[in-house]
Design a protein around this ligand. Structure first.
Ligand code: FMN
Length: 376
């Protein structure tokens, strides 16, 4: 792990892609932190499937179209933003770099990318908002939540996010329990005591129940606090912010989310960190898009590593994409400069991919898929 005395802030030579950032970050980060960041659940089938699925979708370019005046702008929750790339919520970014979420926020705002701040951020949400909001060409600023058993605390947290200027809430619904993260356990990852979820300070964690013989710690204790559909109504009752659900992959759940008042859904398998052997998100996206039928934005994340991946996601009907681990790699490599470089690469690659496929705007994206890929 980098220490404050050796804070990497300049880009290493020869890093020209997100894969290069990943290779370099492997050298910078210690083994246990690497396992926490890059690992997935169990045999990591889903982790690998995510990236592979985008790679195997084929693009079929159209040539000699009029492209001048083209742009990457998108509309999301009633506002126009510079492009469709957001930073996914990721916990404890201080593990990657001492400047942590502040560096990520600075870079995202400067590059016009959206930022979804994790509930488990290692930086105060108010500090992040102060960094992002003054930037005129920034992207959306959203706050991610897990449902907390301490509802009084959760209400205060939501009110803090709202007061700080966050524009939407993202409730993560796919991780009522942590996946079997074998790689992380093999590496013996332990979060250092001085890196904490600072926004959760003061919350009351429920004491473990004493169980009768035959009862299950998971089902008879932990799951009594897990989110259910009824909780969406409660969350909506305590905030005026739009609420998106992250981790919705079944078309029926997507419809139910909208029926419960969700303002959008994020198709995600948590980057392969929860339930292993789930399909890749690229494969899940089209059916969710079909079920939502344009009634709300559908975002997607998992394995997006190239501008062409972003274009393909848009072609399959996504309204925007979130990028996870590459941001941590950029952060570990060079702080805010590294994150900015990762986001710049993705945005540049997206523009190049649009020009080379004959897309003036992202509304034209659907026409870029080869016939075999558009049936997926
Ligand atoms: C180290 C790490 C921490 C994460 N923490 C959170 C979190 O606090 N909340 C959440 O909803 N998702 C979390 N995620 C999942 C990401 O938001 C996102 O769904 C996933 O990383 C996207 O896949 P990608 O890393 O392949 O781009 C985390 C992912 C990683 C790698």
């Amino acid at each position: 792990m980098s220490s404050a005395s050796t804070v990497p802030q300049t880009l290493p030579d020869g890093v020209v892609s997100l894969a290069d950032h990943e290779s370099h970050a492997r050298l910078v980060l210690d083994d246990a932190v690497w396992a926490y960041f890059n690992g997935g659940a169990a045999d990591e089938i889903t982790l690998h499937a995510n990236a592979r699925a985008w790679q195997t979708i084929e693009l079929l370019p159209r040539v000699m179209r009029q492209l001048s005046g083209g742009h990457t702008r998108v509309n999301l929750l009633g506002r126009e933003w510079p492009h469709p790339i957001l930073v996914a919520p990721m916990a404890y970014q201080r593990l990657a770099h001492p400047h942590a979420e502040q560096a990520t926020a600075l870079a995202a705002a400067a590059l016009g990318a959206g930022l979804v701040l994790s509930t488990q951020a290692s930086t105060l949400l108010e500090d992040v908002a102060r960094t992002v909001l003054p930037e005129p060409d920034r992207g959306p600023l959203w706050f991610q939540l897990y449902l907390l058993p301490d509802r009084g605390f959760m209400k205060t947290l939501v009110q803090r996010a709202e007061a700080a200027g966050f524009e939407a809430l993202v409730l993560t619904v796919d991780a009522p329990v942590q996946g079997a993260r074998d790689r992380e356990r093999r590496a013996g990852f332990r979060r250092p005591a001085d890196i904490t979820a600072v926004n959760l300070a003061g919350r009351v964690a429920p004491a473990p129940l004493s169980l009768r013989p035959g009862q299950s710690r998971l089902f008879d204790d932990l799951m009594t606090h897990a989110p259910t559909w009824d909780d969406i109504a409660w969350l909506r009752s305590i905030t005026n912010l739009p609420v998106l659900l992250k981790g919705v992959v079944h078309p029926d759940d997507a419809r139910q989310a909208l029926d419960c008042g969700a303002a959008g859904v994020i198709v995600s398998n948590h980057g392969g960190r929860t339930l292993d052997t789930m399909p890749a998100t690229a494969a899940l996206l089209p059916r969710v898009v079909q079920a939502v039928a344009g009634d709300a934005p559908v975002l997607v994340d998992g394995g997006i590593r190239r501008g062409t991946d972003v274009l393909k996601a848009m072609a399959l009907g996504a309204s925007a994409v979130l990028v996870g681990r590459p941001v941590l790699h950029g952060l570990a490599n060079a702080g805010a400069t590294g994150v900015a470089h990762v986001l710049r690469l993705l945005r540049d690659e997206l523009e190049i991919a649009m020009a080379l496929t004959g897309c003036r705007t992202l509304r034209d994206a659907a026409s870029t898929l080869s016939p075999a890929s558009s049936r997926c």
